[in-house]
Design a binder for this molecule. Structure first.
Ligand SMILES: [Zn+2]
Length: 245
């Protein structure tokens, strides 16, 4: 039950979900900002007390000979919403991959600017989080960093369809081809972490692609205007966690 509620908050449109509609307000600055998330509600305590929180600065990875991620893409219906915290696209099984002998299917993806995770101290102007789920309801997030460069064709249609108003989901008439949102080199860093937003639930498998993809300065500006302010949680302590590559 808890997992399905979590997914509905993650994947669906918060205001349409009675569970999420009653969730305490939080933000990225001020009295409801990241330093205070753990105090805003009992169900947010993990944001303060957790030992495996995200995001992190990825340093000194251990060589685990991880093979490149074998992503399979398939088209599905998509909806786009600006929920006030992020721009989020909900999908129905648009891609999947195998991890630890399980199939993880994409449920939603969304964006943070600037990036939440860092790679050897380096921040990126944008980070996408592709939230996947297995049959047991466990979550795995594939993160992709964006650097300034060429226009990203996958973002062109997405940003053109951006709703003017917050919390007004729009149906994307043309499916987004996700491939340009992933680097051709599918090697990644892996570690255990959490949701980077309240309730900061732990036990998530994080896979951060090593190679960034590009977006144009104009595309980045559209993200920044739509989100109005930064939506990246500060770095969290490792507490002995190991990053594997
Ligand atoms: Zn995220």
């Amino acid at each position: 039950m808890r997992r399905s509620l979590l997914l509905s908050c993650l994947a669906a449109f918060a205001p349409l979900s009675p569970v999420c509609a009653s969730a305490p307000h939080w933000s990225y600055e001020g009295q409801a900002g990241p330093e205070h998330w753990g105090e805003l509600a009992a169900e947010y305590h993990t944001c303060h007390n957790g030992q495996f929180q995200s995001p992190i600065d990825i340093r000194h990875p251990v060589d685990g000979h991880l093979p490149p991620l074998a992503l399979e893409f398939h088209a599905a219906a998509e909806m786009l919403v600006n929920n006030g915290h992020t721009l989020q696209v909900t999908v129905d099984d648009e891609d999947d991959f195998q991890l630890d002998g399980e199939t993880y299917s994409l449920r939603q993806y969304h964006f943070h600017t600037p990036s939440e995770n860092r790679i050897a101290g380096r921040a990126f102007p944008l980070e996408a989080h592709f939230v996947h789920q297995n049959a047991a309801g466990e979550l795995a997030v594939v993160a992709v960093m964006f650097e300034r460069g060429a226009e990203n064709p996958a973002l062109t249609g997405l940003l053109a369809a951006l709703p003017a108003q917050q919390n007004r989901p729009v149906v994307l008439n043309r499916p987004v081809d996700l491939r340009p949102l992933f680097p051709q080199d599918r090697h990644y860093y892996r570690f255990s972490g959490s949701l980077t937003t309240p309730p900061c639930t732990e036990g998530l498998r994080w896979l951060v692609m090593k190679q960034p993809v590009q977006l144009s300065a104009a595309q980045l500006a559209v993200f920044q205007q739509a989100l109005k302010s930064s939506n990246n949680r500060p770095l969290q302590p490792l507490h002995g966690r190991v990053v594997v590559e």
